[in-house]
Design a protein around this ligand. Sequence first.
Ligand code: F6R
Length: 247
Amino acid sequence: MTYEVFATQQEAVKNLAAEVAELIRSRAAEGKGVVLGLATGASPLGFYAELIRLHKEEGLSFKNVTTFNLDEYYGLPREHVESYWYFMHTNLFNHIDIPAENINLPSGTVAQEDIEAHCQAYEDKIKACGGLDLQILGIGRTGHIGFNEPGSDDTTRTRQVHLDDLTKTDAAPAFGGFENVPSYAITMGVATIMDAKKLRLMAWGEKKASIVNKAINGPVTADVAASYLQKHPDAKYFLDAAAASEL
Ligand code: F6R
């Protein structure tokens, strides 16, 4: 596991987007596809804006790209403005040429009794596509990656989870109050994420400094799911100075 501290978030996301663009282009040149794991939230917004710019201004095509998102709030239909389906379409998919059938997110509306089969099918589809080539991550203040809250160990796979109160507190403004934040989500597990060939985690700002330090320098533990990245052969943190200030 490595990390790099950039002068600005803009510089960091340009660097990461260039790496992803190179992966997409080199695979396209071989007539092959790329499987990307994607995240939502504030952290990857600049990265998605840069991918859109590369598409519009530099001809980067996403026709050979298949995506799997990390997670989705349970109980939210796709049209809900806070659903991750809506987020991804608004902030990335609607602005690039990715084929709609290549886009995968867990469902927020699958019936409770069908969740297990839905999660297994998500895992199976990732495998059938050849596995995740590169997984984009953010980190929550609980140390979660995806919605793998404290207690999620490295055997966890895609499943329904209960959201930590701190995670709900951080999401409360977007939902107009804590009580409106869904309590459950469907998320890839730590093992699902660790199976990706490359992991790229972005963290910005001093609010993330303490948890970034714990994840990078602390023990590898289910209490901080991101700490498992220490055991991954190709994981990298992209940080700004504020997020790196406690390292
Ligand atoms: C989002 C996700 C979460 C976020 C994390 C950080 O799909 O899985 O792990 O990456 O909560 O969120 P932001 O970037 O909003 O600080």
